[in-house]
Design a binder for this molecule. Structure first.
Ligand SMILES: [Zn+2]
Length: 497
């Protein structure tokens, strides 16, 4: 039976409009119009919503790791990425099924119905088992997932000049560091795993799960591996996601290695296209923004993570103005450690508007689209109708508590219509998400998941966790800091911003 969903305001292409209701039947939106039109057209239809709500397309989290619990709470304080990464291997392990289930529940509570999951393997040898478990966790939560099994094949210890770095270490550390982080998983193993996952889980009809290739990051993967991943994905009409230019040291690495920017190098090897999404892209060079736009490369923007790991601020206003599709991702590192997608959009908007009258503007409408249709495009592909409340679109949506967001609007005629999107973006937070639908099914009503009590899952996770006492910042960390401190981008004339 069809359901009419209506609200005081409906978000369409980043703009809040009045009296736009939709009809959902099966897993799709089958009609749209004013409430009175739709009631006349579908006299037997159910009805959900009302004047107390704002109706929005559900959000897509364009880059995350599905860790369930933030790394800080697991004993790893925020730090520079290059120093922080070394501690990830020591995180207490949460079974992938539980981690994905709980991550999915957290995201649904934030109005997110689709997530890009970049998997951090508990161990490489277990990767083949971990991915199906994570897929099962997300499926049980009722959230869509673009799954990114990772692969790396180089530069595990430092991005370049490994021998020089090892020479800097005292002998005992040198011995340990030289064989640390070895990856026992070949490219052939990886593509066999991708084939298997693709055949068993890639869902081209209902789009509950997509399997995508993920060379984990430019500096950690050789050209051959990156090219093979792109070819694998293109042959199957799926996508590639890769960490890229997250820190200034990655940018310097590209210059040291090829005498060219990272983006220029990817262009040279034929690895740029509209099937690719790059996560972070903080240290992109101005002239390369045009290249990304021309090639249709997606960018997943992770503002909180970039701040917490001291990476910097990505020029998203400039990228968006140039036509680069930028979507928002949480990276499991939101400002308040709460996976609040609405606050993340607010932060991206606020910091994205940079100082100086010559700076590009970033308006609320653009940022709301970065969380909805654009995020969905760069995560599942533009041919999958997610992130829009249009006839023919998949029925993924959220109803937000309009009164809670409105709280101080007065008099009744205020605010002017053109400021509505800005007010929504300035004030909304995860507590305002009341009802969430995924593919025509309600999964959250009145802020509660219909089938699963997230508190039970949370308890189960904490009961299983065992912590090792954290050592003082390690000696290796101090050496890494000294090593990268000597990588000075001021010495490279083309690297100014
Ligand atoms: Zn990431």
């Amino acid at each position: 039976m069809p359901t009419i969903i209506h609200a005081r305001y409906t978000l369409r292409e980043g703009v809040l409009v009045e009296d736009l209701a939709i009809v959902v039947d099966g897993d799709a939106i089958i009609d749209a119009g004013t409430l009175s039109e739709l009631v006349a057209r579908y006299p037997g239809a159910g009805r959900v919503g009302g004047d107390d709500y704002i109706l929005v397309p559900a959000f897509t989290n364009a880059h995350d790791h599905g860790r369930a619990v933030g790394t800080l709470a697991l004993g790893v304080p925020d730090n520079f990425l290059e120093l922080w990464l070394g501690h990830l291997a020591r995180l207490p392990s949460i079974p992938p099924y539980l981690a994905a289930l709980y991550s999915g529940l957290q995201l649904l509570g934030s109005g997110v119905t689709a997530v890009a999951h970049s998997h951090n393997p508990g161990s490489w040898s277990a990767l083949t088992d971990e991915i199906p478990q994570a897929l099962r966790g997300y499926a049980e939560a009722g959230i869509r997932v673009a799954m990114h099994p990772p692969i790396v094949d180089q530069n595990h210890l430092v991005y370049a000049e490994r021998e020089h770095f090892l020479d800097m270490l005292p002998p005992d550390l040198r011995r340990r560091a030289s064989d640390a982080n070895a990856v026992d998983f070949s490219a052939d193993d990886y593509f066999a795993l991708l084939d298997d996952l693709y055949d068993n889980f890639h869902d081209n009809e209902r789009h509950r799960a997509h399997i995508q290739a993920s060379p984990a990051g430019g500096q950690w993967c050789g050209d051959e591996l990156i090219i093979r991943a792109c070819e694998w994905a293109r042959a199957r009409r799926t996508r590639v996601q890769m960490h890229m230019l997250e820190t200034r040291y990655q940018r310097i690495y590209a210059r040291k290695t090829w005498g060219a920017s990272f983006i220029r190098h990817l262009e040279d090897i034929g690895a740029l296209g509209d099937w690719l999404t790059l996560a972070h892209v903080v240290w992109v060079e101005d002239e390369d923004i045009e290249v990304l736009a021309e090639r249709g490369v997606g960018v997943a923007h992770n503002i909180s993570s970039n701040l917490r790991l001291r990476s910097g601020v990505a020029p998203i206003a400039k990228m968006a103005a140039a036509g680069v599709p930028v979507g928002i991702g949480l990276d499991g590192q939101t400002l308040d450690d709460d996976q609040d997608f609405l606050r993340e959009m607010r932060l991206a908007w606020t910091i994205g508007n940079q100082s100086g009258m010559a700076a590009a503007d970033l308006d609320a409408e653009t940022v709301l689209r970065m969380g909805t249709d654009v995020a969905a495009d760069i995560t599942f592909g533009a041919d999958v109708p997610l992130g829009v409340l249009e006839v023919g679109g998949l029925a993924d949506l959220a109803l937000l508590d309009s009164e809670a967001i409105r709280r101080r609007w007065a008099p009744a005629s205020y605010p002017p219509r053109e400021l509505l999107s800005a007010l929504l973006l300035r004030r909304s937070q995860r507590e305002h998400v009341r009802h969430v639908m995924v593919g025509g099914d309600w999964v959250l009503r009145d802020g509660e998941h219909l089938n699963i009590d997230a508190r039970d899952i949370e308890r189960e996770i904490w009961e299983r966790l065992t912590f090792e006492a954290r050592s003082q910042p390690s000696r290796l960390e101090a050496c890494l800091r000294k090593f990268y401190r000597s990588w000075n981008d001021g010495d490279l004339p083309m690297l100014r911003r």
